[in-house]
Design a binder for this molecule. Structure first.
Ligand code: FAD
Ligand code: EPU
Length: 352
């Protein structure tokens, strides 16, 4: 049964939101721990390289992949433990569930805590990899633990929040444990809606959008916050179904306070947000826009790829671009922003 799922020379175009035409030497799906373990023992998988694939919404594939792509389709959505004293419930999700599906499931069950992360593309299993974040919230705010299978041994290991080493768009799975584990389930502690938990609406655009929607910005329900987040996101970010992209291509860089002061003297409009470390977080979108890249197109004809016209942090495939061409544009942006501002941009997207 499993062997029939094993495919060769498979196009990854439907499996990456940039819509890049790249082939995988081997491709297989798994929907359970047993299926995953069986795939991991195959000689082709052990020989490597391996790519664990979720929704492909944070990937730039620059060439054909000579190894094994394993697509995670483990499904589960359960509310397992109620803590009545703390008004919380434990939500357990299979890594192959859609992230937004999980947010919807929480809202339907009157659980709050994930609503600010509405509409982020991709799977539950990839979400801890970069500690997904948006509109004043991050995965780590409600995360409790995850289970992951070690690729070399097939052993199941539990990682609590501390063991995951979460940071801004970071975790141990992108750092020291990169490519060593397959996340199979993730658990969250969420609040029972209406049990006194305050909505997280500190992010400027959210309050305004709640008001526009006719809701109170002071005490919105989790569903109303979700609606506002969805509306803001749709107004700012291109839909991968219409135009290939992977969200923010770069991280927002954090620079020392002294460097920020020096830049601010040269560029009085430069925005900056104090970071817990004492440095200042600067929006990469601003730097890229000032460097003149916003809306630029590259490639044949009217342009096959470029920088989105409404959001300079998003690189886009207008159709027909290769991953290598997109990466060449990313490198040019890194170079020019470095020369103009002395700030080194780092890719957020996983480049293969
Ligand atoms: P994939 O792209 O399939 O994989 C990403 C990485 O995780 C790869 O290295 C892959 O090997 C690894 N991986 C995937 N699944 C597993 C697993 N089960 N175990 C181990 N490793 C795994 N991100 C944000 O943080 N905030 C945003 O607001 C946001 N907005 C976005 C908007 C758009 C329009 C798009 C296209 C992307 C956006 N993203 C955002 C980025 C992206 O949605 C997230 O990073 C998401 O978590 C990626 O999920 P995925 O399943 O598509 O991962
Ligand atoms: N800006 C510009 N020009 C642009 C884009 C942005 O000047 O073209 C400046 C503006 O000053 C704006 C500021 O950048 O106020 C911030 O822009 P925005 O609110 O759109 O957020 P962002 O920094 O571009 C980050 C995350 C997003 C997340 C949003 C909302 C990163 C790398 N990106 O984007 O996450 O959805 O905030 O919280 O941290 C992703 O990770 O893929 C992603 C989309």
């Amino acid at each position: 049964m499993l062997t029939s799922c094993w495919e060769e020379h498979v196009s990854l175009r439907p499996y990456n939101t940039f819509g890049l035409e790249v082939r995988a030497r081997y491709f297989a799906r798994f929907a359970s721990l047993d299926e995953l373990r069986e795939l991991l023992t195959r000689p082709e998988t052990q020989a490597g390289p391996r790519l664990i694939l979720g929704g492909g919404s944070n990937l730039l594939l620059t060439r054909d992949f000579g190894g094994v792509v394993l697509k995670n389709e483990i499904k589960e959505l359960t509310i397992s433990v109620e803590n009545t004293a703390a008004h919380t419930a434990r939500l357990r999700a299979g890594a192959g569930e859609s992230w937004h599906g999980l947010v919807e499931f929480a809202l339907e069950n009157e659980l709050s805590g994930l609503e600010n992360l509405s509409l982020i593309p991709g799977t539950v299993g990839a979400a801890p990899l970069q500690n997904i974040g948006a509109y004043g919230a991050e995965l780590r705010d409600t995360f409790v633990r995850l289970e992951a299978v070690e690729i070399s041994s097939g052993a199941l290991r539990v990682f609590d929040k501390e063991a995951c080493g979460f940071g801004y768009r970071e975790s141990v799975f992108k750092g020291p444990l990169k490519n060593q584990f397959v996340v199979t389930t993730v658990e969250f502690d969420l609040h029972r809606a209406g049990a006194g938990q305050r909505a997280n609406v500190g992010y400027g655009a959210l309050r305004d959008t709640l008001t526009e929607l006719g809701y109170s910005p002071d005490a919105p329900s989790p569903r109303q916050v979700s609606e506002a987040v969805v509306r803001v996101r749709r107004s700012k970010l291109p839909d991968p179904a219409e135009i290939g992209n992977a969200g923010s291509f770069f991280k927002n860089p954090e620079i020392p306070a002294a460097q920020f002061a020096e830049l601010k003297a040269r560029f009085p409009n430069l925005p900056g947000y104090p970071a817990p470390s004492g440095g200042v977080k600067v929006p990469a979108g601003w730097l890229i826009e000032q460097a003149g890249f916003k809306g630029q197109r590259r490639g044949a004809g009217a342009g096959t790829h470029g920088v989105h016209e409404r959001q300079a942090l998003v690189l886009v495939n207008h159709g027909g671009a290769t991953g290598a061409e997109l990466w060449a544009l990313a490198e040019e942006i890194i170079r020019v922003v470095g020369e103009q501002f002395g700030v080194k941009l780092q890719a957020e997207v996983n480049v293969l």
